[in-house]
Design a protein around this ligand. Structure first.
Ligand code: 0RA
Length: 654
């Protein structure tokens, strides 16, 4: 079944909202708002699956973060409760409970029931207005089976309960307390959400990130078993960069940290150079990850390049370098986090995660220029290390250029010539074409015979491709398998030349054996796509084929199984039809080559029957962590990761 999109109304399996008989015009409007949220939840929270579900928590936490940004709160407690509800507590000012003179209702009730009311209240200077964030507590309330709010204010405890967004009585004082703050508990409505179970790791990732971004804030996450994790980072972004580079070897003793304010804008930056060749820059506006970057990132790059370049020139550090530095040379091995707080952020771009405010660029640029030059003057030894790294990048760029000329890379990678190993398809329309990247010649042979040659192309790889996590650009371009892939895709390669528009296939399908080697090759390929052709993943072009693991046979009957549970239920049902007399034979496929071409087609390649896994990057930082752990230089973190995750591996076959 296709996933519901933003405009798909939820089928009305829900009971009508119970309307108290004394409702006037104001209330009807409120109810209309709530009903709209419940009819089209995706319009407000993105989707009704895991992502939307977790968004509910972020939405409530965001209100507490607003109190933090205003300087009123330093503590947030998030509890995943045993009954499936979630509690968020802060020590802010507490939502006001006094009666609004015109509406005749408490501010608390308005905040919780009027869709879009959030923005109308004084909620601090840096409220986020773009993207999905900032839809407010009322949306969470409308999508909750029930929701209870306790406010600690003026020496009292106030309480109000809601069911599917509708107040079950007015707010009332239920006790006294010398605390201040707000406590919200909500139960996501199972009539709305396809998934109602919260995942601790998803919540923890976001809470950790928020704690890094707000150094004066402490966040505790408690799981249903009562176990707590506390996130509090005195070092703020500095510690964030150390966390991102946990599995890499840093070149500077500690990250460089920059903080500055101008007008109402706050700029915070931490950066480090490490011994790898990739760049990892994460940027935030008002605690929201700006995946598409924007003016703050542009300002950062300009100032970084300019300041470092000027320092190197001035101190004669480039004397034996026979070429000029370019912007790209400053990117190798750079890890940075840029966090700005902007009063009225304008978000642009496809996913509304690109900052548009032009004044922010010059503010970031000015602050970084000033402070980085100051830092450079008082830390000449650190600067020496950075400039050495940058020179290394420039020389490798030059080496790559020469190698390119020598091997005439241009003609190899950019010509229309296709690699000899590629069995191409006959139609030309990329949207309808598929490229299977297959492990080994024998599987490649089966795939070539089994495919529908009109739209399916086969590229067999010989053994393992290069681990690009540890390789520089020119080493990659010397690698036969990588060259072959780039050539077959047609996208060309490298910052300037790469283009998704030249992609020759709508689907790129990785098809490897279901054993350790196959998993390794798949990881190597994914590392390559993630690090160097990320746009293809983001465009939803990269897939993983799912060959069956078993063939279960009994007499003339045979069925494929994709995991152990399925294998067992198939053989159980075969026994029952044949009343226990069945002679069941189970074949375990280890390699694709064990399947004949017809089998490979019918189980794994035929669009009518196959199932493909779409490769997507939900969380770029987590993905970076996984790849740097699995493919990087440090051994300890890799062992830890494998030990921790071994229980998730279902198809490991050593
Ligand atoms: C409106 C006004 C004031 C505080 C808040 C809302 C508020 C909302 C939430 C939501 C979760 N925690 C919160 N804490 C505060 C200001 C009230 C005043 O001036 O005292």
């Amino acid at each position: 079944m296709p996933e519901a999109d933003i405009n798909t109304p939820i089928p009305s399996t829900q009971p009508a909202i119970p309307v108290p008989s004394t409702y006037g015009a104001n209330n009807i409007q409120v109810l209309d708002g709530i009903e709209h949220v419940r009819m089209r939840p995706a319009m407000y929270i993105g989707d009704i699956h895991s992502r939307g579900l977790h968004h509910l928590v972020y939405e409530i936490v965001d209100n507490s973060i607003d109190e933090t940004l205003g300087g009123f709160n330093d503590y947030i407690f998030v509890s995943l409760n045993p009954d499936g509800s979630v509690t968020v507590i802060d020590r802010g000012r507490g939502i006001p409970v006094d009666i609004h003179p015109e509406k005749g209702k408490s501010a608390l009730e308005l905040v919780m029931t009027v869709i879009g009311a959030g923005g109308k209240f004084d909620k601090g200077a840096y409220k986020v207005s773009g993207g999905l964030h900032g839809v407010g507590a009322s949306v969470v309330n409308a999508l909750s089976e029930w929701c209870e709010v306790e406010v600690y204010r003026d020496g009292k405890v106030y309480f109000q309960r809601f069911e599917r967004g509708v107040p079950q009585g007015d707010v009332k004082a239920i006790g006294s307390s010398d605390q201040r703050g707000t406590k919200t508990t909500f139960m996501p409505d199972h009539l709305i959400f396809k998934i109602t179970e919260f995942r601790k790791d998803i919540i923890v990732d976001r809470m950790r990130e928020l704690a890094f971004l707000n150094r004066n804030l402490s966040i505790t996450v408690q799981d249903p078993q009562g176990e707590q994790e506390v996130f509090h980072f005195e070092g703020g972004l500095k510690e964030f960069v150390l966390f991102i580079d946990e599995n890499r070897i840093g070149l500077l003793k500690e990250p460089i940290y920059i903080y500055g304010e101008r007008d109402t804008t706050i700029v915070e930056i931490a950066l480090q150079y490490n011994d790898t060749y990739q760049e990892n820059v994460f940027s935030y506006v008002n605690n929201i990850n700006t995946q598409e970057g924007g003016t703050h990132v542009t300002g950062f790059r300009k100032a970084l390049t300019r300041t470092l370049n000027a320092y190197a020139q001035k101190n004669d550090l480039l004397k034996n370098l026979k070429l000029a530095l370019t912007g790209d040379d400053f990117k190798e091995g750079l890890t940075a986090v840029i966090s700005v707080k902007v009063a009225e952020p304008q978000f642009e771009g496809q996913t509304k995660t690109k900052l548009g405010n032009s004044e922010t660029q010059s503010i970031v640029e000015t602050i970084l220029n000033e402070q980085l030059s100051e830092y450079a003057e008082s830390n000449p030894n650190v600067l020496k290390v950075i400039i050495e790294k940058v020179k290394g990048a420039a020389m490798s760029r030059e080496a790559a250029r020469k190698a390119k000329e020598l091997t005439r890379r241009k003609s190899v990678l950019e010509s229309s010539g296709l690699p000899g190993k590629l069995a191409d398809c006959s139609i030309n329309d990329p949207e309808h074409c598929e490229l299977y990247i297959v492990e080994g010649d024998s599987a490649g042979g089966s795939a070539k015979q089994g495919r529908d040659r009109s739209f399916q192309a086969i590229l067999p790889l010989k053994g393992k491709i290069l681990n690009v996590e540890k390789a520089r650009l020119h080493k990659m371009l010397e690698n036969e398998e990588i060259k072959t892939i780039i050539l077959a895709l047609g996208t060309s390669f490298g910052e300037e030349e790469f283009s998704t528009e030249k992609l020759r296939y709508g689907k790129i399908i990785i098809m490897t054996d279901a054993d350790v080697d196959g998993a390794h090759i798949r990881t190597l390929l994914l590392t390559f796509f993630f690090r160097h052709m990320r746009a293809l993943i983001d465009a939803g072009r990269v897939f993983i084929a799912q060959p069956p693991l078993y063939l279960v046979k009994s007499g003339k009957e045979q069925q494929y199984a994709w995991d152990d549970d399925e294998r067992n239920s198939i053989s159980d049902s075969m026994k029952k039809m044949q009343k226990g007399k069945a002679n069941i034979h189970i074949q375990r496929y280890k390699g694709l080559g064990e399947m004949n071409p017809e089998q490979l087609w019918s189980t794994t390649m035929d669009p009518a029957h196959r199932s493909l896994l779409l490769v997507s990057v939900e969380n770029a930082m987590e993905a970076d962590h996984v790849f740097s752990t699995l493919m990087g230089d440090k051994v300890e973190p890799r062992r830890d990761f494998i030990e921790k995750n071994a229980r998730y591996v279902r198809r490991l076959d050593v």
